[in-house]
Structures are given as structure tokens and as C-alpha cells.
Design a protein around this ligand. Sequence first.
Ligand code: FAD
Length: 535
Amino acid sequence: MIRINEVKLPLDHSEVALHDFVINKLSINKDQLVDIHVFKRGYDARKKNDIYLIYTLDITLKDVDEEQLLTTFANDHQVKASPDTSYKYVAQAPKDLTERPIVIGMGPCGLFTGLILAQMGFNPIILERGKSVHERAKDTFRFWRTRELNTESNVQFGEGGAGTFSDGKLYSQVKDPHFLGLKVKQEFVAAGAPAEIIYVSKPHIGTYKLVTMVEKMRSKIIELGGEIRFETRVEEINIDDNQVTGVTLSTGEVIPSKHVALAIGHSARDTFKMLHDKGVHLEAQSFSVGFRIEHKQAMIDAARFGKNAGHPLLGAADYKLVHHCKNGRSVYSFCMCPGGVVVAATSELESVVTNGMSQYSRSERNANSAIVVGISPEDFANDPMQGIALQRQLERNAYVLGGSSYDAPAQCVGDFLAGKTISQMGDVEPSYKPNVKLTDLSTSLPAYAIEAIREALPAFNKKIKGFSNADSMLTGVETRTSSPVQIKRGKDYQSINTKGLYPGGEGAGYAGGILSAGIDGIKVAEAIALDMLNA
Ligand code: FAD
């Protein structure tokens, strides 16, 4: 197959335009062209009234000597042989294997570690502290409605992990030479995700689809011989002479295994403490803190797409912004959710944490994203436990600022920039549930973060007209952007001081988002399988 990269066509190109382009480009006749497969489709909206679609195409030909054709195009960067993107299993478990690997956590990392191990015949045991996704959805929606928080079953904890109630964005900037991201997306499609997630450059799934997909993936793991236990918290990793020997559950039960994947996400603070107390090597890691900002989606669409706003191939517009401040801090937008809502994402009592989610349609009135300031380990004495303490302190402070009822503290951008305590809400109605309390956000974050955000918002307005409009809404606080901890692992994917412990995903500092956590989960599964075969 032949690949043609960077095929640029106007947004409203005709149906035959791709076909015509390929025939002209390769100098073939139409009978030689069997199929055009879109490997990727993105867009270039730098000029909002002159938007282009950018394709990567895989072309199936007949009666053409492909080697000869590639030689003809040897100096043309657009034309190459299509790479083999199929996933190859690294191992197959022998029939007499007695040890079962354990996977702690069933977010995207644990889900893919478990799935790939099951597909290779290793019969993993997956232990998840939260409930199955259906039950968990009930608990999470109940909290948003009634303020009753279940600390083991919420936005952070339960089957599907932290990204289940999310926009389900599926892109990442991690290097992926072996196309593991494609394997993740193919499994998602097999579980019911829209087929377009394979080829659009910024795919998203939306929260409701994610819930049913996770259920289907669970069934697949069980059919393949895996075992999944919900409401099963790992209380302790058992270690003997720097080698993992198994885990102890909250029920007191001990499950032996010399291969334990640790895919616990960034919010399992009790588990981080247990690991720290046990002497597993942890390091402090940078994270960011800030607010969710909301605008009318229509305003963002107009600013980004001009007269093309509303075009079905573009969907609701997103944005990505960064500003380097005079005080040395950087402020950036994070986890942007077009046409979505701000959600209450705490897993701890008397705390307020914001995040964002959307449906597949992205049809809610507001756009939201986190506007956050980077915090480095030097800000918390290079101590991983201090990073967690700082997050917790900000979340508890936000709870009090919001009126000690799980309402979130909020302020209009105009008031925030002017340093005014409260006026009224403008046109942008905050979407956070249960509710928001208008207040002064200037005490909700460290002074350097407030100073940086006050500088960044007007700067962002130069890139997206209307961004710092007085009625844009800020809701606080966003603290769980990434893990404040890294659980160091070596090239063999095992903890650098605890053999048999395989830290993976976002909580261990090796992923940031659903796709990269899934990719990391595959790598962890491969490492475990190879080590089990060698043992
Ligand atoms: P997690 O998904 O956090 O999973 C960890 C799992 O481990 C949890 O289910 C937890 O219950 C379990 N666990 C923890 N401790 C224990 C224990 N001791 N015993 C047993 N089980 C345990 N990313 C994107 O790419 N796109 C998005 O649109 C997006 N939106 C998001 C929206 C929200 C509201 C949130 C909260 C996050 C969002 N993210 C998004 C981030 C994304 O969800 C995470 O990056 C991803 O889930 C990390 O995967 P993980 O498997 O490493 O950890």
C-alpha cells in the first residue's frame, strides 16, 4: 500500500476531489486506483475564513509496480510505503502457567494492562477499589445532585477510571513508534466507540459512550479468562527482600503474585502514602493548579472558525493557549471541553475539585477548560507527600470558600481581574453542579498563581477575542491536573527498588490522559508477560 501525507484540500471539497488528487499525484489511471483509506484527517484553521482539511491517505492500487512507483517518488516527502500498523502480541502464555499477574486499578492504564494480558492468555486479576461503571455512575450523579459523596465511588474512583465522566478526548503527544495508540482506539471501536476516532486528528468519545464501552471491555477480559473484582481496595503491597510477593486487600485477604501492575491514577493518596511508608521509590513531580473558565461555545466557535463556525466536519471549536508570565510561571489551558460542563471531581470529603466533561455531541451551551499555573517540586520542598498536602489544602480551602456545602467558589473574570469581590453573574451561566457561590477567588490559590492568571487572561484575549470578557466565568479549584508523584521505574518497567512492581499510567507519572494511559497500560502488560515467560 502507498501512503500519501499532507494532502491539503479546502474544507468544502467535492466528493471526488480526493480521488482526483490521488490519480494526478501518482500519475495513474482511474482503473488502477482500488481504494482510498483515510488514515488521518485533521484541519488547518490558522486562517479562520480559509480552513483546509489535511489528510493522510493509504492507497490500494492494482496493476502498478509499487516498488517502481516508490522509486519514482523517492525524493517526494509526501509519498511513502504505508507502514505496518498492526498490533503484534509479544508473548503467549504457556498452558501450564500457574502464577496470575495482578493489576491494581481499572482506569485506562489498568484496563489495557488487563486486556492485553488476557489476550495473551495470562489470566490477570484486576482489583478496583470503586464500583462497576453503572453503579459508579449512579453514585457520581447522586453526588452532583444531592452533595452526598461516596469517597470510594466517584469521578476519580471506579471502573473506567478518572476519564469515564469526561470529554473522552483521545489524543496525546507521546511518541508512539509502534502504533500502540491505534491498538487502543481499535479496541475502543470494537467496544462501541464511533469509527471516526481511528482517523480524525482530535477524536473524542463523550461520557455516555465511554460508560457502555467500559462494560463491553470488561466482558471481553472476563471471556478471555481474566477476573475483575470491584469494591476491592488494595491496602498493602507485600514486599519481601525488595521483591513483590502479592497484595493485601481491605478485607484482609492476601493474593500472592510476583507481578503486580500499579495503575492507581493520580488521586489514590492513601495508596501513595502506603507505598511511601513501604519504601517504594517515589519522587515529587510538577503539577498545575488553577480554575475552570467558561465561555459561550458560540463565541469560541466564531473566534476560531469565523464564517465556518458550525461546519459539521469541524464540530464545536477547541483551543489551546499558553502564556509565559513575568514572574517566571507559565499559564496554560488544559483539558478543554467544547460544548461541555464543569464537574465536581473530588474524591475526598469536604473538598472541592473541578474538571470538565462533555457528551459526544458537544452540544452544551458553554465551552470550558482549565486555566492552570505550573507548580514545580521546588514549590513543595521536593517532597512527594508535600505535593499531595498542597493539593489537599487548596481543595479544602475551596470547599470553605464555596460555603462548606460542595458548592464551588466562582467569580466573573471582570471581577477577578479588577480585584472586586462580587458583583453579578453576566451572560455566561456556570454549569458546575451542585452549584457555585460567587466569591473572591484571589485567596483560593498561592499568590504567584493568582498573579500569573491575572496576567495571562488578557494575553489570551489577544488570541481568542472575548476570552477575558467580564462575564466569562471562573470556577475553582482545579488541582488534579496530573500526579504530584512519580513512581520511578526502570527500562524493564519495574519499580527501581521493588522488583515485580510495575508502576504505570498517570498516577505513576507515565501518562497524561486516556490515550497515553492506555498506551502505557499496553507497555506494562508486555513487560509483565515477557518477565513471566523468562521466569
Ligand atoms: P485512573 O483513570 O485514575 O484510574 C486509576 C484507577 O485505580 C481508579 O479507577 C481507582 O479507583 C483505582 N485505584 C486507585 N487506588 C486503588 C487501590 N488501592 N486499590 C484498587 N484500585 C485502586 N483525559 C483525556 O485524555 N481526555 C479527556 O477528555 C479527559 N477528561 C477528563 C475529565 C475528568 C472529569 C477527569 C477526572 C479526567 C479526565 N482526563 C481526560 C484524564 C484521564 O481521565 C486520566 O489521564 C486517565 O484516566 C488516567 O488513567 P489511569 O488508568 O492512569 O488512572
